[in-house]
Design a protein around this ligand. Structure first.
Ligand SMILES: Nc1ncnc2c1ncn2[C@@H]1O[C@H](COP(=O)(O)OP(=O)(O)OP(=O)(O)O)[C@@H](O)[C@H]1O
Length: 780
């Protein structure tokens, strides 16, 4: 038996031993879980039996409350215990599936004994010796595995830096309790395991990468120095993966103080949300909060406007180039997404501090009870040293106090009496119950007619005033719509003219477009954030102080305005922002998004990490796709072989369709095949043509997830996800010609893991024309 086989045998013996212990522990744990579960059922069943309920007098009632509280606390404690046991059980089951993925041997400086450390997705202590049989991959010592080759190495433990020598790095693939592969490696993390993992077929759900995290990715995962961590990474360099493992790391490192719901991820679309849903649970952690910026906007502006979504705008930008309004729309969008526009709004808010704030009349039963000019006078009578929002708060308070007075005098009016006459039996009953609850009446005194009528009047008026009070509290007396519209009516030299980002003519066009949209109760996507900004600044920013970490993925698609807005929303959070400027597909955004982000954090600490190595696609695909880019950024392919991308040129679209049908048949071995179109419109047409001949799923902006098999998808929705094989539906010169869709084309091509096919009806796009022939093959 050679050394390798001997090692393999020894490792298998250790695994058997660890598995035996894990299984024993699991049995014990399952018994405990079942006992606690029985307890919970019992407590729930007998909850009221064990509580003495007595409301005869205050003392008895107090005792009853205490008794209920005790019983509830007891139940909560059991439920909490059950949750913990359940989590431990899940972790043990995961460890039984694959106890660990690596071993490192480390000898500390000044020591002789070599310590063998085994890394898995959770720590496991030997129940008899209390020694670690498995270390969590996030433990301080585990960073040795990710950061060092054999030789001198160090890690930061809670007590300080520990130096020593790394003697061995070994990786395993363990399935059903036996070692499937084992590699000893010299370099940071051996290629063999990564080759195996990346060579696998794709999935409709993202997987965790803990066994093969690369050194530079580990920096992203563990870096806690900056208030802002910015990661610029090539397509497929593992930005999303690193972000998710980073969340798991933070949850582990700060487990005493950080909850999963205190982490918020802004992701690009719904489908992406479900694509990454399993990663944290697979690592034994609960999922973070996830949202899209659009969801946030819609939630905040609900009931006020029909807010356009970013995909409708994107579709318009891609399909409406010949329309008359197109240039204005583009200009409007580019300008309103800029930081300059935020500054213009800030100036406007300063102006509003002196004059120009607009209010609604407040009416009651068809009569004006507060005139808008009256409210305005009150507002501007308040000290200008107070912020707009503080003055709005004082106005609310004033209105509410005035309302109280009115409410009293209103009770005497004749309409109240009429309404009392028409109170239904049910309403009367409700009123009666309310009053007896408030102990204003007992059965004996209720026949006191005068008192009853007084109370009824009070009740009726109060009911009517309730909705006004609610409106005042929600600041509906402010005419935000008109305030926003007014911005586009002010003279040029007082607004945009100050920083001259647009000419007077251009601004005039933007203004008339915006006003016409608002008049139709429509809020274009580019106006949604500025509108909300104006509203929040006037009524008081609804900041969220409970979120401790904000993650923004696909950050290149956020505008300067949006970054500045998000930063104000989460003032206490640390930010991890990940993006790739080469995948910036919103050419209708101002160009300065990432730059503005950096400026926003100036004065606070910023950490920047660049990921150049790309793991998703095979080497031939990366060598081809990086040539699409104008600015030849360094993109370093991971060495995984596969066929070269294939270009297939046809004369007619109908030929493309039938050729794709044939091609898909040859790709049946793959789990996921995406036919990527430029727009939703093109996807719809391709779907109509192809669905007759194959089983295919159409993805649109509302899709929540995709299934294995063949899908048709617009390029802008394929952001962040990947497929075994990608077919570019029609990469013709007509479709992809102008510079502003180069990044979109690049993003679509970089979704491919193993094979890429580029079809065109007619001449192919100039984006690939100059790529050397040896980087692709042609098919007739
Ligand atoms: N260290 C790694 N080990 C194994 N797989 C990895 C590693 N890093 C990245 N990958 C794989 O590479 C693919 C791309 O990763 P990911 O989606 O995180 O990249 P990205 O930078 O967010 O890509 P994009 O910007 O193109 O959306 C995924 O399949 C991921 O599992």
């Amino acid at each position: 038996m050679d050394t390798f086989e001997k090692n393999l045998q020894d490792e298998q013996i250790r695994i058997n031993d660890v598995l035996h212990k894990l299984k024993n522990d699991l049995m014990g744990l399952q018994k405990q879980t079942s006992t606690v579960k029985t307890d919970i059922i019992e407590i729930r069943k007998s909850f009221w039996e064990d509580v003495t309920v007595n409301f005869d007098d205050a003392v008895e009632a107090g005792e009853t409350a205490t008794s209920i509280k005790q019983q509830a606390e007891f139940l909560a404690e059991r439920e909490h215990r059950h949750k913990n046991l359940d989590q431990d059980e899940k972790n043990l089951k995961r460890l039984i599936e694959a106890p660990y993925f690596a071993r490192i041997d480390f000898v500390e400086e000044g020591e002789r004994e070599v310590e063998s450390i085994y890394l898995g997705i959770a720590s496991y202590l030997d129940p008899s010796t209390d020694e670690f049989l498995i270390y969590d991959w996030r433990a301080p010592i585990s960073s040795l595995y990710y950061d060092y080759s054999l030789g001198s190495a160090e890690f930061t433990a809670p007590g300080g830096v520990v130096s020593g020598e790394l003697k061995l790095k070994r990786q395993f693939i363990i399935k059903n309790g036996s070692i499937k592969s084992m590699f000893d490696t010299g370099i940071t993390i051996g290629d063999e395991l990564l080759q195996e993992v990346l060579g696998d077929q794709s999935n409709t759900q993202m997987k965790s990468i803990v066994a093969t995290i690369q050194q530079e990715q580990n920096k992203v995962i563990r870096n806690e120095k900056g208030k802002l961590l910015f990661v610029q990474g090539a397509a497929g360099s593992g930005k999303t993966s690193a972000a998710l493992q980073r969340m798991a790391y933070l949850l582990y490192k700060h487990r005493e103080t950080l909850q999963a719901e205190e982490i918020l991820l802004f992701s690009p679309n719904f489908m992406f949300n479900s694509y990454i849903r399993n990663v944290l649970p697979e690592l034994g952690e609960e999922n973070m909060q996830q949202t899209t910026f659009q969801q946030y906007l819609q939630h905040s502006l609900r009931n006020q406007y029909e807010v356009e979504d970013p995909f409708t705008l994107m579709e318009y930008m891609l399909t409406a180039k010949d329309e008359q309004l197109y240039p204005v729309r583009k200009m409007s969008s580019v300008y309103k997404s800029s930081y300059d526009f935020m500054k213009v709004i800030d100036q406007y808010l300063n102006y509003l501090s002196e004059e120009g704030l607009l209010f609604h009349n407040i009416t009651f039963r068809g009569n004006i009870i507060f005139r808008s000019d009256e409210i305005s006078s009150y507002f501007y009578s308040l000290s200008g040293a107070l912020s707009l929002s503080n003055r709005v708060k004082l106005v609310s308070e004033w209105l509410l106090s005035q309302l109280k007075k009115m409410e009293k005098s209103e009770r005497e009016k004749s309409w109240v009496e009429e309404e009392i006459q028409f109170l239904s039996k049910e309403e009367y009953q409700i009123f009666y119950e309310k009053l007896t609850k408030q102990r204003n009446f007992t059965e004996d005194t209720f026949d006191d007619y005068e008192r009853e009528e007084k109370m009824l009047r009070k009740y009726v008026v109060k009911r009517h005033f309730h909705s006004i009070r609610k409106e005042i509290k929600s600041h509906l007396f402010l005419n935000i719509k008109e305030i926003y519209r007014q911005l586009f009516k002010l003279p040029y030299h007082l607004t945009v003219g100050k920083n001259e980002s647009l000419s007077e003519e251009e601004w005039k066009d933007v203004c008339s477009f915006t006003i016409s949209q608002i008049n139709q109760d429509r809020l274009p996507y580019e106006d949604a954030t500025p509108y909300l900004y104006v509203k929040e600044k006037i009524t008081g920013f609804q900041v969220n102080t409970s979120v401790k970490y904000v993650f923004i993925d696909e950050a290149q698609d956020y505008s300067a305005f949006q970054f500045a807005f998000i930063k104000q929303l989460f003032p206490n959070a640390r930010y991890t922002v990940l993006g790739d400027t080469n995948q910036a597909i919103y050419s209708h955004h101002s160009k300065s998004g990432i730059e503005a982000l950096m400026n926003l954090f100036q004065g606070e600490s910023i950490e920047k990490i660049i990921l150049n190595r790309s793991y998703r696609s095979t080497k031939p695909i990366i060598e081809f796709t990086r040539e699409i880019l104008n600015n030849k950024n360094e993109i370093d392919p991971f060495n995984r072989q596969g066929p070269k991308p294939v270009m297939i040129e046809k004369t007619e679209l109908s030929e493309v369709v039938s050729s794709i049908e044939n091609k898909v048949r040859t790709l049946q071995n793959y789990q996921t095949i995406a036919i990527i179109c430029k727009t939703a419109e093109e996807s719809q047409k391709a779907y109509q043509d192809l669905k007759q001949h194959m089983n295919v799923q159409l993805i649109d902006k509302k899709s929540n997830e995709f299934q294995k098999g063949i899908i048709i998808i617009p390029a802008y929705l394929a952001k962040g996800i990947e497929f075994d094989a990608v077919i570019l539906f029609n990469a013709s010169k007509e479709q992809y010609y102008e510079e502003d869709v180069r990044n979109l084309f690049y993003t679509a091509c970089t979704r491919a893991m193993h094979e890429l096919f580029i079809y065109s009806a007619g001449q192919v796009t100039p984006f690939v024309e100059n790529i050397s022939d040896h980087l692709y093959s042609k098919e007739e």
